[in-house]
Design a protein around this ligand. Structure first.
Ligand SMILES: Cc1cc2nc3c(=O)[nH]c(=O)nc-3n(C[C@H](O)[C@H](O)[C@H](O)COP(=O)(O)O)c2cc1C
Length: 203
């Protein structure tokens, strides 16, 4: 094969792989383990995805990580962590629909629940845990008393739709807060620690 056509073929292959792979393009490859763990997340802009990967790292890298839009078959997994990003007090529709469809397969396997939310840049507290985990995600998953955590979220204007940015910017203005700017309140050490806690609690 001539060099140019080889390069074209490679580029075309890569492009189709990336296209087919979305949104699971950045698949986290777990370490081999006797116990089959998975982290399932719902996200708009990736904060909940990064939390999922870091939670798996905190578990020693043994949990496979799935975006709910991949519509994963979770039946090979015995232990699950389910997490979600929050908009308007809820997770993405795709997560709610997936959990509704798969409730029977998920129930009894959930060992940890988490949410990520902006919370107007304030640290998350017990009220957020009640609203987002106890009264929301725990019900959607049918989970009992498991490890649970609400993490701080992010604004990344470059990723957000104009409409989403305007919605939150207008809310800030209405509440007489300083103008909305990028921030990142998700802390990797907190996610690693939560992964360790989930594992310890499930032992
Ligand atoms: C349109 C919109 C609505 C939001 N609503 C809420 C909300 O109700 N409560 C909250 O604490 N954070 C809210 N946030 C902030 C997100 O929870 C935060 O940006 C989080 O990092 C999003 O996670 P993701 O990047 O995984 O999608 C909202 C953000 C957007 C864009």
């Amino acid at each position: 094969m001539r060099r140019r056509s080889f390069l074209n073929a490679t580029a075309a292959g890569l492009a189709s792989t990336l296209a087919l792979g979305r949104p699971g393009a950045a698949q986290f490859i777990p370490k081999a383990s006797e116990r089959k763990w998975a982290v399932l997340f719902g996200t708009w802009y990736g904060t909940a995805r990064d939390a999922a990967v870091w939670i798996s790292e905190g578990m020693g890298g043994i949990a496979a990580v799935f975006d709910v839009r991949q519509d994963p078959d979770l039946s090979p997994f015995d232990h699950l962590v389910v997490g979600t990003a929050i908009q308007g007090g809820k997770g993405p529709k795709a997560l709610e629909a997936y959990l509704g469809r798969n409730m029977d397969r998920i129930k009894g396997k959930v060992r940890g629940l988490y949410a990520v939310c902006g919370n107007l840049e304030r640290p998350a507290g017990p009220q957020n845990v009640k609203d987002l985990i106890d009264d929301y995600l725990a019900r959607l998953t049918g989970a009992g008393p498991v490890a649970k955590r609400v993490f701080g979220g992010r604004v990344t204007k470059a990723l957000w739709s104009e409409e989403d940015f305007k919605t939150v910017r207008d809310l800030y203005a209405q509440l007489q807060m300083p103008p909305l700017k990028d921030y990142d309140n998700l802390r990797r050490p907190d996610c690693l620690a939560f992964g360790g806690e989930v594992l310890a609690k499930a032992a």
